[in-house]
Design a protein around this ligand. Structure first.
Ligand SMILES: *Cc1c(COP(=O)(O)O)cnc(C)c1O
Length: 376
């Protein structure tokens, strides 16, 4: 029950267990052709979605270095660990970064972006870079509204880390006017780590033509050219492509709306349960991520709780990152997660609280709340 690597269905594991095949073979091209179409479906876009062998950060870095140039001014949203990572990547490439911050646990304020963009009358800002679902704090940012402010600016691109939102909640790339969408296989895709995905709009490709940041392995030009011929510039992780093919087929069978509804129900169940047993949520009310519920169990050592849940029930919860270590635990409900997983995690948390003498309410209240959220 961590937000990645997430559980992998047996169908996907079996697909991966095949002997690798030549990445220039017709047989492999057929896999690439299928997955290219499926990835467009998942991103709700007619643009290219390119596949990189690497973790999610590779897709984030690719999004920046393929669209921006030395010294470009960018606005970076930062309300958690992954927002911080964007700032670091942008600074590593010598961009002129203005950070728009929110406290950990709070959402980014779309108005702060609107004001900064409206003040930029000489159109110096070339991109707004942000994280949709901030995994470290369990907060979902209002990407749709922020992207609409970027559109009103007219020049800047919207570059979004959708690593724990894609495949968990609606991220309609074209409808929201997103220019770069980055994601990774070990999250909503129900796959092991190793592939990352970067979708680029036509506006992003125009910016690519001007971009002068150094790049070679992550130069998306060759990825685009080869993708058009159902191929890759380098040897891709062939067996992960088999997994991708199987996972996306499962997702298409379930359907986007059902996938999003399932994640919303699991969020509702996890949050209702924690409230019912008196454990405060860390994310601001109304901004809970559909991928992960962060809990700040006031006066309880979150690491001890986590460790005991793992020892007694073999259920792994995520801890707090950086200054939140010991203060926060996080229940991942991303990807291949079913009602049973959520109910079991809630019951395990309650049982451990009871055994430690820390259960503040009525034993079973969390389970009951989770169950009614799942049944409603
Ligand atoms: C997991 C994650 C990433 C990617 O991290 P990698 O370890 O490089 O795969 C990026 N952003 C968010 C919000 C994430 O949850």
């Amino acid at each position: 029950m961590i937000p990645g690597p997430t559980p992998v269905p047996e169908t996907v594991l079996k697909a991966m267990g095949r002997h690798p095949i030549g990445h220039r073979s017709g047989e492999f091209q057929a896999v690439v052709e299928r997955t290219n179409a499926q990835l467009r479906w998942l991103h709700q876009t007619s643009s290219d979605v390119l596949v990189i062998t690497g973790s999610g950060t590779a897709a984030m870095e690719a999004g920046i270095i393929n669209t921006l140039s030395r010294g470009d001014r960018v606005l970076c949203g930062d309300n958690g660990k992954f927002g911080e990572r964007w700032v670091k990547v942008a600074r590593a490439y010598g961009l002129d970064v203005e950070v728009i911050k929110a406290e950990w646990g709070q959402p980014l304020d779309p108005e702060a972006f609107r004001r900064a963009l409206e003040a930029d009358t000489d159109k110096a800002v070339k991109a707004v870079i942000l994280t949709h679902s901030e995994t470290s704090t369990g907060v979902i940012n209002d990407l749709e509204t922020i992207s609409s402010h970027v559109k009103a600016h007219g020049v800047a691109l919207t570059i979004a880390d959708c690593v724990t939102s894609l495949g968990a909640t609606n991220v309609p790339m074209d409808a929201w006017g997103l220019d770069v969408v980055a994601s990774g296989s070990q999250k909503g895709y129900m796959m092991p780590p190793g592939l990352s995905f970067v979708a680029m709009s036509d506006r992003a490709w125009s910016a690519y033509e001007r971009s002068d940041l150094p790049k070679f392995y992550l130069d998306l030009g060759p990825y685009r050219k080869t993708a058009a011929k159902n191929s890759n510039p380098f040897t891709p992780a062939v067996n992960l492509y088999f997994a991708l093919d199987a996972a996306l087929e499962m997702m298409q069978t379930e359907g986007l709306d059902s996938i999003f509804a399932r994640h919303a129900r699991h969020r509702a169940a996890a949050t209702a349960a924690m409230k019912a047993i008196g454990l405060p949520l860390f994310a601001a009310e109304g901004y809970g991520s559909p991928a992960i519920t962060a809990v700040a169990p006031d006066g309880i050592d979150a690491e001890q709780l986590r460790k005991t849940v793992k020892e007694r029930f073999d259920i792994l919860l995520a801890g707090g990152q950086d200054h939140l270590k010991g203060q926060v635990f996080r229940i991942g409900h991303l990807g291949f997660v079913c009602d049973r997983d959520v109910l079991t995690a809630v019951a395990a948390i309650e049982s451990v609280l009871q055994s430690l003498g820390l259960h503040k309410g009525t034993m079973g209240a969390g389970l009951s709340a989770a169950s009614s959220a799942l049944n409603s």
